[in-house]
Design a protein around this ligand. Structure first.
Ligand code: BYC
Ligand code: FE
Ligand code: FE
Length: 483
């Protein structure tokens, strides 16, 4: 494949058992191994993927090429017949490692022995999140607020399924028997299963209603974006090329989340204005979600997602960087010497009973740095949300809680920090945290709003319609057909 001119690598061959643009038919052993994994994947999808979709036809986009402009093709797909495949962005023959100790050496086409177990571990951790999210979202279809939303859910689900394929391809191709075993284990762990859970904490939480789903795709899929962007810098070229293509799909997932929450907010504000309400219980009585509950969901999903960045100070992260395995966000565009040898970075932690800043070697603070990059983007999204109540003249602004709030990983783990960043005693936390995090009652209330709306162009009462449809189709388009 290294001999093919760039252009021919971009088209995806759908005549194959496993659609791909990696010339799979010329690597028989790999093709056989992946064809053995394929039925196990389909079983997994059947068992834990979106429920009751066997008879649905969904207006989905499918990748037909990996080039910048033309990769997506829209059309009805019968759900069980979706074609998951292996798509890498084209190879740049001259690509060099551009950070860490091996900067300027040629990028690797194969895994160097010394990094084998570390790279495998990163790829498995990334791969594990993809099926986990599908499992978390399995039952949402039963309570969709519209056909438009149902279609978007399934679009996200099939793409997360393909992201699993992307990581499994790397495991099978580059990690031999170990890789094949890891690929099997990826189909065996289950989100929330106490005996065999998914690897990272946030992926064992429940996504039990559509508000949680929109929050998840806004907050947690964006962790995906930042982690994938860091891996797209990798010296291990196949990983870089795989994650680059995955990133093109991530934009839609985050759009679903940001616009979903915006539509909820819009609807609540409309009702509050119309009936001149401010009291949350009166807002709820109108069948829409009160803004205080939205804030509690923000607090939960943001804090749980921050845990996904790992510890602020991490020797793992330092060695990923010096080894060239995982870069910074936008590494290629950063203008420094890409070694971080003598730089410092400011992190926050608890010192003498209060939150304090500390300077640490930048190399060890790469998780904190990626998390801070992430938070900047999240804050910009929250600012866009906040224009909605503003437009209605409603004095309410959503706030991101302090980085130390409700954390289980890193320097704030085991501490009690208020959304404003005050250090609390355990007793104070227990007294107040119910007003900061979604309660059983909140879940019950939000759950009570979830009905199933499947008439084209109709939307559940608690959410506003989107501004426009998918792929220039009208909002009342029949995005899902039931047969
Ligand atoms: N939960 O040095 P530390 C996505 C472990 S989302 C449980 O602090 P490190 C998606 C850690 O493994 C993107 N355990 O962390 C979104 C280590 O264990 P050992 C997913 C955790 O290694 C929506 C120990 O604590 N991709 O794609 O620097 C839908 C100390 O480790 C957690 C990736 O994450 C946790 N939250 O960084 C679908 C990229 N955090 O060694 C998809 C690949 C840490 O003591 N992963 N630990 O046994 C990585 O780069 C790193 O593994 C992490 C952790 C950034 C996650
Ligand atoms: Fe993904
Ligand atoms: Fe995603």
């Amino acid at each position: 494949m290294a001999d093919l001119p760039a252009g021919t690598q971009q088209a995806i061959d759908y005549s194959q058992h496993i659609p791909n643009n990696v010339d799979l038919s010329n690597d028989r052993a790999l093709q056989r191994a992946l064809e053995r994994w394929q039925p196990a994947f389909l079983n997994w999808w059947d068992e834990t993927g979106p429920a009751n979709t066997a008879n649905l036809e969904v207006y989905l986009r499918t990748a037909i090429s990996v080039d910048r402009d033309g990769w997506a093709n829209f059309g009805y797909v019968r759900m069980p017949e979706y074609r998951w495949g292996i798509f890498l962005t084209p190879r740049d023959e001259h690509r060099k490692i551009h950070f860490g100790d091996r900067k300027d050496e040629p990028a690797w086409q194969d895994v160097p022995g010394e990094y084998r177990s570390t790279l495998r571990r990163i790829i498995v951790t990334q791969g594990d999140t993809e099926p986990a999210s599908v499992e978390q979202q399995r039952l949402l279809g039963a309570t969709c607020p519209s056909l438009y939303d149902l279609r978007n859910l399934f679009q996200v689900n099939v793409e997360e399924g393909r992201h699993l394929w992307a990581m499994v391809y790397l495991l099978h191709k580059h990690f031999g028997r170990d890789g094949r075993e890891e690929a099997e284990a990826l189909l065996q762990r289950r989100s929330g299963d106490p005996n065999n859970p998914r690897i990272l904490t946030a992926f064992n939480e429940k996504t039990s209603n559509w508000l949680a789903y929109y929050m998840f795709t806004f907050f947690t899929d964006r962790d995906g974006k930042f982690q994938l962007a860091a891996l797209a810098e990798s010296a291990f070229d196949p990983l870089a090329r795989t994650t680059k293509f995955m990133l093109t799909e991530e934009a839609h997932h985050m759009f679903v989340g940001e616009s979903g929450v915006a539509r909820v907010l819009q609807r609540s504000c409309e009702i509050m204005r119309e009936h001149n309400l401010t009291d949350p219980s009166q807002v709820r009585a109108q069948g829409v979600i009160d803004l205080e509950t939205l804030q509690r969901f923000v607090n939960f999903h943001y804090s749980v997602t921050l845990d996904l960045f790992g510890s602020e100070v991490s020797s793992n992260a330092a060695s990923y960087y010096t080894g060239g395995l995982k870069g910074r966000y936008g590494e290629t565009n950063i203008t420094d010497n890409h070694s971080l040898g003598t730089d410092f970075y400011t992190i926050q932690e608890i010192e003498n009973g209060a939150v304090a800043n500390r300077q640490v070697p930048a190399l060890t603070a790469l998780n904190a740095r990626l998390r801070d990059d992430y938070t900047r983007e999240i804050q910009a999204g929250v600012d866009r949300w906040n224009r909605i109540p503003e437009r209605f003249g409603i004095p309410f602004q959503m706030m991101l809680p302090h980085v130390g709030f409700h954390r289980k990983i890193g320097s704030f783990a085991g501490q009690y920090v208020s959304p404003e960043g005050r250090l609390l005693s355990k007793e104070d936390w227990e007294r107040q945290s119910a007003s900061w995090l979604p309660s059983d009652n909140d879940h019950e209330f939000v759950g009570s709003l979830m009905g199933r709306v499947i008439e084209p162009g109709k939307f559940a009462n608690w959410i506003a319609p989107p501004v426009r449809g998918i792929n220039n189709q009208p909002i009342e388009f029949e995005y899902v057909r039931f047969n």
